[in-house]
Design a protein around this ligand. Structure first.
Ligand SMILES: Cc1cc2nc3c(=O)[nH]c(=O)nc-3n(C[C@H](O)[C@H](O)[C@H](O)COP(=O)(O)O)c2cc1C
Length: 178
């Protein structure tokens, strides 16, 4: 698939088929995330693959927030993405720039994951609303760690929708020589 087609194919999928996802395909998505760029190549992420049905169902419940994210109950796989602490050198760069690069880094890695999944015919949804404390308890994650995002993953019948986006003129500006 051409990249230009792939980015249209990737959409937030909120309904899943009751069909397991092959381990090799999940590994391929993880491999795509592993190849993502990051500040100072710090790779500040860990991806936890939750396949076990009982655990997955408990994590799914922890993502249901104010009526949102009920679809996670249907997804056969949930991926919990930890944002790891940047090493000293990277943290110093971030401090100089008044930012934390690790948030961007995790976002790029997650994007790689989702695009690879789309190429493999799998649907994903990035989930930012969840109960941080509950998921840490369920998966026995160190309380000092930060769960950045959860991803749902699975096969879907959901159609590809047209994207609603701000117009190009609003989201970009050119500084060109006349
Ligand atoms: C950081 C982040 C957090 C998000 N959190 C949620 C969420 O909690 N629940 C949900 O249904 N969608 C969530 N989304 C999906 C967005 O709503 C979706 O990407 C956006 O509406 C664009 O639609 P598309 O992904 O289909 O192109 C999140 C997306 C991002 C990038």
């Amino acid at each position: 698939m051409l990249f230009s087609e792939l980015i249209k194919q990737r959409r937030s999928v909120r309904s899943y088929k009751d069909q397991p996802v092959e381990k090799e395909k999940i590994t391929q998505c993880l491999e795509a995330a592993r190849m993502a760029p990051s500040a100072n190549n710090s790779q500040p992420w860990t991806f936890l693959v939750v396949e076990d049905k009982e655990l997955k169902n408990r994590v799914a419940e922890a993502t249901v927030t104010l009526g949102f994210n009920k679809f996670t109950r249907e997804a056969p796989v949930l991926i919990v993405v930890i944002r790891e602490r940047a090493n000293l050198f990277t943290a110093l760069g971030g401090w100089m720039q008044h930012t934390e690069f690790s948030g961007y880094d995790v976002g790029i890695a997650v994007s790689h994951f989702c695009l690879q999944a789309a190429e493999l015919g799998l649907g994903t949804c990035i989930i930012g609303l969840f109960d941080q404390k509950k998921i840490k308890q369920i998966l026995k994650i160190d309380t000092k760690k930060e769960i950045a995002l959860v991803l749902s993953l699975g096969y879907t019948d959901a159609p590809v929708r047209d994207k609603k986006r701000k117009p190009l003129e609003t989201m970009s500006r050119w500084y060109s020589a006349e």
